[in-house]
Design a protein around this ligand. Structure first.
Ligand SMILES: Nc1ncnc2c1ncn2[C@@H]1O[C@H](COP(=O)(O)OP(=O)(O)OP(=O)(O)O)[C@@H](O)[C@H]1O
Ligand SMILES: [Mg+2]
Length: 263
C-alpha cells in the first residue's frame, strides 16, 4: 500500500554543518500491517514519519500511497507527534473533535456522529471525566492520551505514531499498548510506529525495522510471528519473545554505540 523508493533526506542550512538524516531508504508497507521503527536517537525515525505524513519533503527518492505520490498532508494519514501538541485554548473534548469538525465543514462528519465518536474515544483513553478540562489541567500522560484520541478520531487509513507512549508511566503504558492492539485488531488500520522500547516493538508489531546510526538506513527487518491476540503477561515468558528481544538488543546496541562515538 505504501512504497518508499530510495528516500534520502539532507538538512542543510547556511552556516551549519549539513546533516544526512536518511540515506536510501526503500520500503513497502502492506495494508493493515503494524510496522515499528527502532534505532538510536537521531537516526532519522521522526524524519521518516514526517516525510510519510507529508510534513517534510524528501531530498531524493519517491514515495507513494496506493500508487499515488505523497505530496503533502492528507486525511488518509494522521500523526501522533513525539512532542504531542494540544490546542491549549480548547477543552479535552474539543481537542479530540477538532479535526472531525474541520471534516464536518466539508460534509464528512455530522455533529451528532462527532459527539458520539468523541465520547467513545474519551472512554477508550480513560478521560471521559476530563472532557471539559483544558490541557494545562492535565498530567503529561493524560495529554498524550488526548493526542492519541485526536489522531484516532479522524479514522485515518494510516496512523503514524512517534513514540506515542514515551511520556507515559510504565503501568499506563502497558494498558495503552493493549488498548492500541485492540483498536488495531478491530479496525485493521495500517500503523507505522516508532519506539525505543524493544519489548514494546516485539509485543505490538508484525514487523520491526532496525535503523542504523545516522544516516538512517534499514539495517535489518525482523518478522514477529507471535500468535494474536497477544497477551503481555503470557508473552513475557515465551521463549520466542525473549529470543526476539535479545537478538534485537544486540543489533541495536551496535548502532547506539556507533551513534555515540560519532557525535
Ligand atoms: N528540521 C530540522 N532541521 C535540521 N536538522 C534536523 C531537522 N529535523 C531533524 N534534524 C536532524 O536529523 C537527524 C534525525 O532526526 P530525527 O528527529 O529524525 O531523529 P530520531 O530518530 O527521531 O531521534 P529520537 O529517537 O531522538 O527522536 C538529527 O541529526 C536531527 O538533528
Ligand atoms: Mg524522534
Amino acid at each position: 500500500m505504501i512504497e518508499l523508493r530510495n528516500i534520502s533526506k539532507i538538512f542543510a542550512e547556511k552556516g551549519k554543518p549539513s546533516v544526512t538524516a536518511l540515506r536510501d531508504v526503500s520500503l513497502r508497507v502492506e495494508k493493515g500491517e503494524f510496522l515499528t521503527l527502532i534505532g538510536p536517537s537521531g537516526c532519522g525515525k521522526s524524519t521518516l514519519l514526517y516525510i510519510l505524513a507529508g510534513l517534510e519533503k524528501a531530498t531524493a527518492g519517491d514515495l507513494t500511497l496506493h500508487d499515488r505520490a505523497i505530496a503533502g498532508p492528507g486525511p488518509d494519514r494522521t500523526i501522533v507527534f513525539q512532542d504531542f501538541v494540544l490546542y491549549p485554548w480548547l477543552t479535552v473534548r474539543k481537542n479530540v473533535a477538532f479535526g472531525m469538525k474541520l471534516g464536518a465543514s466539508r460534509g464528512k462528519h455530522r455533529p451528532p456522529e462527532i459527539e458520539a465518536r468523541v465520547q467513545q474515544l474519551l472512554k477508550v483513553v480513560g478521560l471521559s471525566r476530563f472532557e471539559n478540562h483544558y490541557p494545562y489541567e492535565l498530567s503529561g500522560g493524560m495529554k498524550q492520551r488526548v493526542a492519541i484520541a485526536r489522531a484516532l478520531a479522524l479514522d485515518p487509513e494510516v496512523l503514524l505514531m512517534d513514540e506515542p507512549f514515551g511520556a507515559l508511566d510504565a503501568q499506563t503504558r502497558r494498558i495503552m499498548q493493549e488498548e492500541l492492539l485492540r483498536i488495531w485488531e478491530a479496525t485493521r488500520k495500517t500503523i507505522i510506529f516508532v519506539t525505543h522500547s524493544i519489548e514494546e516493538a516485539v509485543f505490538l508489531s508484525n514487523r520491526v525495522l532496525i535503523i542504523t546510526a545516522r544516516p538512517g538506513q534499514i539495517k535489518q527487518q525482523v518478522r514477529i510471528d507471535l500468535p494474536r491476540p497477544r497477551d503481555f503477561d503470557a508473552l513475557r515468558n515465551d521463549a520466542r519473545f525473549i529470543t526476539h528481544c535479545g537478538d534485537m538488543w544486540a543489533s541495536i546496541k551496535e548502532e547506539v554505540q556507533k551513534s555515540i562515538e560519532t557525535e
